[in-house]
Design a protein around this ligand. Sequence first.
Ligand SMILES: Nc1ncnc2c1ncn2[C@@H]1O[C@H](COP(=O)(O)OP(=O)(O)O)[C@@H](O)[C@H]1O
Ligand SMILES: [Mg+2]
Length: 295
Amino acid sequence: MIKNHHPGEMAELKVRSGQNVREQELGRVEQDLGEYSEKGRVSFENIGKSYKTVRGQIPIISGITADLEAGTFTSILGPSGCGKSTLLNLVAGLDHPTEGVLRVHGRPSRGIPDSVGFVFQEPALYPWRTALENVVMPLEGRIPKAELRDRGLQQLDRVGLLACRDRRPHELSGGMKQRVMLARVFLTRPAVLLLDEPFGALDALTREAMQASLLDLWICDRPTVIFVTHAVDEAVYLSQRVIVLSHNPARVATDTVIDEDYPRNQTFRFCQRFSDWCKNLHSYLAPSFERENVG
Ligand SMILES: Nc1ncnc2c1ncn2[C@@H]1O[C@H](COP(=O)(O)OP(=O)(O)O)[C@@H](O)[C@H]1O
Ligand SMILES: [Mg+2]
């Protein structure tokens, strides 16, 4: 049976595969904790966001409360225009809530927080730079050149693009460009990783390959991922937890732990439980459609 768990149950969610890799890598992450006691934790406390328009103050997001523990993978699922990007922008410090308290790394967020990476739907690569030169950009001038190159090559290798290091963006497919974007964002090992429909423009098979790559990267580095999508199957496949947003304004329609073996393997896509999860979440996305067709 599919249950919609209370978010507190996240603490009990076990990563059942890849345990050894994860533990080795976690040791490395813990050395970087620095000044933050709750690095990677993101909490929304009654968050609201409204915009002033000619029609007055329009609420986009209302009363969102969720606590995302460090190192977890959560998807935000919602219809187009409901406020998903707005929510990510708040976490990234690109915009500010009009109500509530947003904490990043356990601290009330002011300005742009440290150690937060962002990947958008459209790859933002400089056309005159090679893949490697695009990947190393965030650390350019901050670490010695030889180390920068080594780290860039290492990241390209992780996304399977080592052989393409000297190609420019016009010589790369859409999927390859997004791989370069992933390599670039993982270069700095962000504690929080925001992805805004990153695979939305890709064909179905490329998307599946990208999803597998993203999970591989996540297993090793364990950032707190907030993955925005409007695709139910993508959310179910990728996430430990899915928060479905309603529309006008965006509220939490359901906050569901996908209590299945994690990270997934490809066979999960084809089992009945996968379809059941998709159907369950879809009913929150389009309640009127479900009522008409089921009732
Ligand atoms: N600066 C703004 N001023 C007024 N309305 C905005 C502004 N930014 C976004 N919106 C509105 O907020 C809503 C949510 O937008 P967005 O977060 O981009 O949705 P999604 O990412 O879910 O498709 C949309 O109706 C959009 O028009
Ligand atoms: Mg959006």
